[in-house]
Every structure is written in structure tokens, then in C-alpha cells.
Design a protein around this ligand. Structure first.
Ligand code: SF4
Length: 432
């Protein structure tokens, strides 16, 4: 850190309360922060929050430099039919719903190939837990995508999906993960975590994968060498103490397995969430406030940065401008181009389905940082040193993602994709 940077940090931290200043000085001095310190920082507001953000930004620079990553990817949420009814989820439908859809293997492969042709390096496969599912569907989908587009990294299947399929197939988690790996799966999204505190899960998603089970899937994946992301959904009923408990659990898991590639905070999108619409839980918030978001990002950098250096902003949750702002309080990644997005969109997010590589690079440059196209697992694919990196990629020519890739509304209303329980494949005795 330069003398000038240190000087301006000292000015900022001097405006914070003595308690916050003391913890920030510990962080700058390289001391590990624990629960007590995290609780002090998590409550920082006003000048203290500004100082926390500045320290997070300084630590980000030390830990990962000034580049901001993005990945060219496509989301394929291949079914919204789900046997669970998580109260925060606006995406899932019952099998009888008029809006229940299930994309065929051919359609999933078509979407993946189209993405690869447009320069994508990753396809992200995640969906609801469809009743009557052939338990080896996820393995077949992975294999089919890899056959058709071998260079695509398949980032797919949350711990909840892995648990569901393994149980249906009557095999252990590790067995199922090995089958996915053998089919070509590259990594797992660390979703279905929400807040890894049982009392919170009871309120927002009773019957959901437990904390212990989530950790078991993650440990098994990491043991096999399958990396995963990790996430936190915040801004609903959870307290600061519970957020901190979640972050510390992720930190200790990472120290044990070293398999997390990044941490992705996910702000609760409330508009269409059943939890919010029906006011199912007293004290429910309509998503996090801007100050809470800043504090969470900055705190994540301070608590996790040495163990999980990459901190991602979800532009689809926050919008491009807010995502850009969060690059200044500890974040170093803008996630993916997406192309299709159903989960946040169904919950009421208004930020569309696509940011092209060029749009992402512009956001990053406007934040005073250097863009970097990365792989899913953070290998550098392209650096953009020059400000004039104006070359068009195929995806940059897409001006209307909904008409080019299909909108969420089309997905739930197209008869061709309608989910029909009776037509699900009979469960095979043997894995493929
Ligand atoms: S969050 Fe996932 S498991 Fe829960 S209802 Fe929605 S789709 Fe189903």
C-alpha cells in the first residue's frame, strides 16, 4: 500500500468510532478477525461504514490486484417444477401448474451449443427438483452437453440437486458426484446455502437441505477435486449474528477443503417471493438496504479474503450501476454474461438477462479497474490492458436478449416445453 493510500485510509478510519477503528487497524495489520470483530464491523454505518469500505478496497487490491473478472456463460434453468416449496422462491411451480416447464435434453444441448458458438466458455445448469425425475438426468445432461460442446465448462447442480438425485438413484453422494465428474462436470454452484443456520432455514425454507447435508455435498465434491462456489442469501429474516455465523462456517470449510472458487453474496429479491407476498414470517425485510449491502461486501472481504480471494457481485440482483459501486468495497468479479436468467427474474429482478462482454468491460473500466475474461475456475483467458479494446465478439452483437435467447415469460408459456409428469422417463435400474 502506498503512503498516500495509507494516509487517506488513516483519515477515513479516524472518522470511525473507536471500536470500529480498532478492528479496522487490526485488519490492516494482517490480524485475523473473529466473530466479535465481525459483529462490530457489521454494524458500521455513516463514516464508519465508509472507512470499512475503504479498508476492504485496500485489502482487495493487496489480495487480488486491480483486475475485475467476468465469465462468458449461459444459464440454463431447465425446469421450474419442484417438489419443494421454499418460501423465498418465486421460481418453482408444482407439476400441475400451467406454467410448469421442463426443457428436453435436445433443447438444453441446443442452448449450450448456441452459447459456445457465441463465445461462451461455461454453461450453468440449475433447476427445480422435478417429481418423477430419472435420477441420472443430470449425468445424461452433462454428458450430452460435453459431447456436443466439449470445450464448455459445465457448472451445474446445486448441493440440493445432487442430494435429490443421489437419493432417487439410491447411491451415496460421492458415487453420484463421481458419475457427474466422469460425464464431464467441471464445478458445482454453491447455491441452496441461503443462510447456513438451522433456525433461519426453518423459517424461510422448511424441508430444505440441512446445513449438515449442504456441507456433506460440498466436502464430497471438494474431496473429488470438483470445485464449488459458495453463496449467502441475505436481506430477509436473518440477523447480523447469523450472517457472521454463515461467513465463519464458509471460512472454516475452505480451510479444511480449499475447494471454493469464490464467494457470491445474493441479495434477497422480495417482490414476487411467497414469503413476502403472503408475509409468512414476522419481521421479514424487503431485501437488504444499500448500507447493509455495502457492509456485507466489505465485511466479506475482511473475513474471507485471505481464504476465498474472489468476491463476486451479482449484477442481475443489484443492477449494473450498483454492481459497479460494489467493486469499490471489496468485490473483484462481476460474474457472467448469463444470456438467460429465470430465478431472479421470476422473483421480480428488473435487470434483464444479458450483459455482453463489452458492456461488462465498460462497467469495469468506468470503475477505474482492468477487465479480465476468466474461466469458471479463475484461469485468465484474456487480459485487456488497452482502453481501446473495442473489438466486437459475437455476443456483443446481441441487442435484445429476450428475442434472441427467449424470455422467462416465453419459457413458462410455451406449450412445447410444458412439463408432463406421465411422460417422465421410467427410472432406470442402472446408471448410464
Ligand atoms: S429454491 Fe430450489 S428447491 Fe427450493 S422451491 Fe425453489 S427450485 Fe425448489
Amino acid at each position: 500500500m502506498s503512503a498516500a493510500e495509507l494516509g487517506s485510509l488513516e483519515v477515513l478510519t479516524s472518522r470511525a468510532t473507536a471500536e470500529v477503528r480498532d478492528v479496522l487497524e487490526q485488519a490492516l495489520g494482517g490480524r485475523e478477525l473473529g466473530r466479535r470483530e465481525a459483529l462490530v464491523l457489521g454494524q458500521a454505518r455513516g463514516a464508519a461504514l465508509e472507512a470499512l469500505g475503504a479498508v476492504a478496497d485496500a485489502l482487495r487490491r493487496e489480495q487480488v490486484g486491480d483486475e475485475v473478472g467476468y465469465v462468458v456463460n449461459r444459464n440454463v434453468n431447465f425446469t421450474n417444477v419442484c417438489v419443494k416449496a421454499c418460501r423465498f422462491c418465486a421460481f418453482s411451480r408444482t407439476s400441475r401448474s400451467e406454467e410448469a416447464y421442463f426443457l428436453s435434453e435436445e433443447e438444453v444441448v441446443r442452448r449450450a451449443v448456441e452459447a459456445a458458438e457465441l463465445g461462451a466458455t461455461e454453461v450453468c445448469l440449475q433447476a427445480g427438483l422435478a417429481p418423477g425425475l430419472d435420477p441420472w438426468t443430470y449425468v445424461r445432461l452433462t454428458r450430452a452437453v460435453k459431447r456436443a460442446a466439449p470445450a464448455l465448462h459445465v457448472h451445474g447442480f446445486s448441493p440440493e440437486e445432487v442430494k435429490y438425485a443421489a437419493r432417487l438413484a439410491r447411491v451415496g453422494l460421492e458415487h453420484y458426484l463421481e458419475a457427474l465428474q466422469e460425464a464431464g462436470l467441471g464445478s458445482l454452484p454453491g447455491t441452496s446455502a441461503e443462510v447456513l443456520v438451522p433456525s433461519v432455514r426453518e423459517l424461510i425454507s422448511p424441508g430444505r437441505i440441512t446445513v449438515q447435508e449442504w456441507c456433506a455435498v460440498i466436502r464430497a465434491a471438494h474431496r473429488l477435486g470438483i470445485p464449488t462456489t459458495c453463496t449467502l442469501m441475505f436481506g430477509h429474516v436473518e440477523t447480523l449474528e447469523q450472517r457472521v455465523e454463515h461467513l465463519l462456517l464458509l471460512r472454516s470449510l475452505q480451510r479444511e477443503t480449499h475447494g471454493f472458487t469464490e464467494f457470491v453474496p445474493l441479495a434477497f429479491v422480495h417482490e414476487e417471493a411467497p414469503l413476502f407476498a403472503r408475509q409468512l414470517v414476522p419481521g421479514l425485510r424487503a431485501g437488504p438496504s444499500a448500507e447493509e449491502v455495502t457492509a456485507l461486501y466489505a465485511l466479506s472481504r475482511l473475513l474471507l479474503g485471505r481464504d476465498i480471494p474472489h468476491l463476486q457481485v451479482s449484477w442481475v440482483k443489484h443492477g449494473p450501476e450498483e454492481a459497479q459501486r460494489l467493486l469499490g468495497v471489496g468485490a473483484d468479479d462481476l460474474g457472467g454474461t448469463l444470456m438467460n436468467e429465470s430465478i431472479s427474474t421470476s422473483a421480480g429482478a428488473q435487470h434483464g438477462q444479458l450483459l455482453t462482454p463489452r458492456q461488462l468491460r465498460r462497467l469495469i473500466r468506468a470503475a477505474g479497474r482492468r477487465p479480465l475474461q476468466r474461466s469458471t475456475t479463475y484461469e485468465v483467458l484474456r487480459r485487456f490492458e488497452q482502453a481501446s479494446d473495442g473489438e466486437h465478439e459475437a455476443l456483443d452483437t446481441v441487442t435484445d436478449a429476450d428475442s434472441r435467447f427467449g424470455s422467462y415469460q416465453q419459457l413458462v408459456s410455451t406449450k412445447g416445453h410444458r412439463f408432463v409428469l406421465e411422460r417422465r422417463a421410467p427410472r432406470p435400474a442402472e446408471e448410464p
